[in-house]
Write a new protein. Structure first.
Length: 254
């Protein structure tokens, strides 16, 4: 099947009846809340892992694993926001501020402590991915050796950051920061080739324990409409993420 692109136009966005940005953010937030509940409430509830009931432990792992479906959704929203913004630096500053605000609540929800370096909150992954996208856009259209060297160096540095700082590390195994970076690069570089973009993202999601593919499938049904009931609602999601971390973190630490 040919890619849905005509003269640089992404035909997939002509779907006015698909999943709006507002609905996508709600779905992503609910998936994230499932992961927070899993690590903050369900995991401590099963006690010692060595003697834990296999069924209960499987349930905890499955609940956290389903939250990974949100990663391609957030990566897409990052790319979409980057395309639309006229001030990428301000966009990055907002995400960095959110990442700083979320760090203590994230540690509370994932480890039951106020400070833990074992995993950094996944908003840092959005920041790192955005820096990579800003670099790719700065050199878009250039095919000389110097431009390719800079692209490769920045992407390699971004990979190092998400690995060295354990960005979004889940269950000591799955790095949401890594997934965010790769999905964002796929969505940005293949944005005019819908089918190729979805197939490439789906193949990568399949390599990441299958479940992120479900998020990619939802993206294929996206609508061009944002669907916000009011303009201020889009800003509400900046507050809801750290808020749910605080709530689940306090429940788990109680």
């Amino acid at each position: 099947m040919a890619d849905n692109v005509v003269a640089g136009h992404d035909a997939s966005l002509d779907n006015a009846k698909g999943i709006t940005t507002f609905a996508m953010k709600i779905i992503a937030l609910l998936l994230v809340m499932l992961g927070s509940a899993s690590t903050a409430v369900l995991l401590p509830g099963i006690g010692d892992l060595a003697s834990a009931d296999v069924g209960a432990l499987t349930g905890v792992v499955a609940a956290d694993a389903f939250s990974w479906c949100a990663v391609p959704l957030y990566a897409w929203m990052l790319v979409n926001g980057f395309r639309r913004t006229h001030a990428a630096g301000w966009y990055l500053a907002r995400l960095a501020a959110l990442a700083v605000i979320c760090e203590v609540p994230y540690d509370m929800a994932t480890s039951g402590r106020l400070f833990d370096m074992a995993s950094q909150n996944p908003v840092w992954g959005l920041c790192i991915a955005l820096i990579a996208l800003m670099t790719l856009r700065a050199f878009r259209g250039r095919r000389d050796a110097a431009a390719w060297a800079i692209r490769i160096a920045v992407l390699f540095a971004a990979l190092l950051w998400v690995f060295l700082f354990n960005v979004g590390l889940r269950l000591g195994l799955v790095g949401e920061g890594l997934m965010t970076l790769v999905f964002a690069v796929i969505f940005y570089t293949l944005d005019r080739r819908e089918n190729t973009m979805m197939l490439t993202a789906g193949a990568f999601g399949a390599c990441m324990f299958i479940l992120p593919v479900l998020g990619v499938m939802l993206l294929h049904w996206r609508s061009r409409n944002e669907g916000y009931p009011a303009p201020w609602v889009k800003w509400l999601f900046y507050a809801l993420y750290p808020l749910q971390l605080v709530v689940f973190g306090l429940i788990g630490m109680a």
